[in-house]
Design a protein around this ligand. Structure first.
Ligand code: AHR
Length: 510
């Protein structure tokens, strides 16, 4: 191993980026593979409640600290008829799901999701179908979900057992509408007009809804940039947020670049922010479009479990996208959360995709156990301890070279500061694979009383994974190197690792 690399973080609780947006810790439930069926919902499972919801999964969702859940897709939503999923279960039609070549039984639909949301204590984000459907169906769904009573669809919801309106505030206007894989793919202008019309119609019902327009499906799309510009040119005044999606995996076994995936996320957010602001500037608008990073994760897209069935076979809830995550993947997920927090003045909602079984932190066996993947841990710790305000951290020190991003800082980091508890939390990643990092955290404008907790995942055993039989094999362990209080802390980060440092502060300068 190479000798330790020096690195310094300087922070001041008076230099703030934004309050931590609680919606940054969102997740995503799509009718895909086993996310819903045998994931959230499995009547007959030993832990199932009267609604058929797995209580073991609900407990893990609460432990994960998820705040919001996007539903029902994803690619699925672009040919979904929401009406199929409401009313008496035995009268609901089974339909072909064209996105994932599966059979959708519709046993679980909007009313089941909203009951589950209540039990999980999360807020819903609802996506409408702008692939095979349009404004009328989106407004119908809104009326069914959010109107109190006295109209056909609101009364239908009441008859279906939900007397109170759901009050869903955040709505996605379609999903990845630029993607050739999307049922109902559209051009930017076509989609921008449809999103604008649908948003206007939805706001006639409730002007205070928050509406998300689809950005490019990912940064590598050939139309990236022009798509955002053209969609916002049509819909700038009608929407509040634009969506970003990004999935990461190692390419050609290049671990160093993979560990630095947050560099890509940073650049993507900065690029979309600049494009949105340029459209706003041309319009002489004072309004700022925010970012919903409503799909992000590590996803081994080239692996076999990502391939949908084909031909005559239309299975119910097949095993799809069931990635099995390593310690290295957990380090990357921790790094992506750092990037999201760093941009919390513009990224006000984000969803790790997905919640259960499908590229997910939580796995289940039908009839069996529910367990935590490695990526569960950085998410759960960040969601719990990133409280208060995000600080503007000055980073300086050693650099490392990567094939994909060139020369980058050896250490990535962000910090939060909670005025209520006086707690400072620093999240760090050492992106260097061959050397530890010796980090000094300098604090001005406050005194530090002592280290509350310091935990690390990574370093050795980067390929380790958890399993149903060994669910706690790979998780963060105490990092005993954190020393010093008053105006600073020093700690050592093992190579290729994610760390969370919590420090108690006193005497914050006004
Ligand atoms: O999360 C899996 C899929 O990835 C979603 O259905 C789609 O929106 C994205 O391409």
């Amino acid at each position: 191993m190479d000798s330790p690399l020096p690195y310094r973080l300087s922070l001041d609780p008076r230099r703030r980026v934004a309050p931590v947006p609680r919606r940054l810790f969102g997740s995503f439930v799509e009718h895909l593979g086993r996310c819903v069926y045998t994931g959230l919902y499995e009547p007959g499972h030993p832990t199932a409640d009267a609604d058929g919801f797995r209580r073991d999964v609900l407990a893990l969702v609460r432990e994960l600290g998820v705040t919001t859940v996007r539903y029902p897709g994803g690619n699925f939503v672009s040919s979904y008829r929401w009406e199929d999923g409401v009313g008496p279960v035995d009268e609901r039609p089974a339909r072909l799901d064209l996105a994932w070549h599966s059979l959708e039984t519709n046993e679980f639909g909007l009313d089941e999701f909203m009951r589950w949301v209540g039990k999980a204590d999360v807020d819903p984000i609802m996506a409408v179908n702008l692939g095979t459907r349009g404004t009328a169906e989106a407004v119908d769904l809104l009326e069914y979900a959010n109107h109190r009573a006295g109209s056909h669809l609101a009364d239908q919801r009441r008859d279906n057992g939900a007397p109170d309106p759901y009050g869903i505030r955040l709505w996605c206007l379609g999903n990845e509408m630029d993607g050739p894989w999307q049922v109902g793919q559209r051009s930017a202008t076509e989609y921008g007009r449809l999103a604008s019309q649908t948003a206007k119609a939805m706001r006639r019902f409730d002007p205070d809804l928050e509406l998300v327009a689809c950005g490019s499906s990912h940064l590598g799309m050939p139309t990236f940039g022009a798509w955002e510009r053209d969609v916002l040119t049509e819909a700038y005044d009608d929407v509040d947020l634009i969506s970003l999606h990004a999935y990461y995996q190692p390419v050609d076994d290049d671990l160093a670049s993979f560990l630095a995936s947050a560099e890509d996320m940073d650049r993507y957010i900065d690029a979309v922010t600049a494009i949105a602001d340029s459209v706003g500037a041309i319009r002489r608008s004072t309004k700022k479009i925010m970012i919903a990073f409503d799909e992000w994760n590590v996803w081994y897209q080239s692996a076999a479990p990502s391939n949908p069935p084909s031909g005559e076979d239309w299975p119910v809830a097949p095993r799809l996208l069931e990635d099995h995550y390593s310690v290295a993947d957990a380090v990357v997920v921790g790094g992506l959360l750092i990037s999201l927090l760093r941009h919390s003045d513009r990224v006000t909602a984000a969803c790790q995709a997905q919640l259960v079984n499908v590229i997910a932190p939580i796995m289940t066996e039908p009839g069996g156990a529910a367990w935590r993947q490695t990526i569960f841990h950085p998410f759960a710790r960040t969601a719990r301890h990133a409280q208060g305000a995000v600080l503007d951290v000055l980073r300086e020190g050693s650099t490392t070279s990567t094939d994909r991003f060139g020369e980058i800082d050896a250490v990535d980091a962000v910090s939060t500061w909670d005025d209520d508890t006086g707690e400072m939390t620093v999240f760090l990643v050492n992106r260097v694979t061959t050397a530890p990092a010796e980090v000094t955290v300098d604090v001005t404008g406050a005194r530090l009383a002592g280290v509350i907790e310091c935990v690390t995942i990574g370093g050795a055993d980067l390929h380790a994974k958890n399993t149903a039989d060994g669910p706690d094999h790979a998780e963060p362990r105490p990092n005993g190197t954190a020393r010093g209080v008053d105006t600073g802390v020093r700690l050592t980060l093992p190579p290729a690792s994610w760390t969370m440092l919590r420090v108690q502060a006193t005497d914050v300068t006004p």
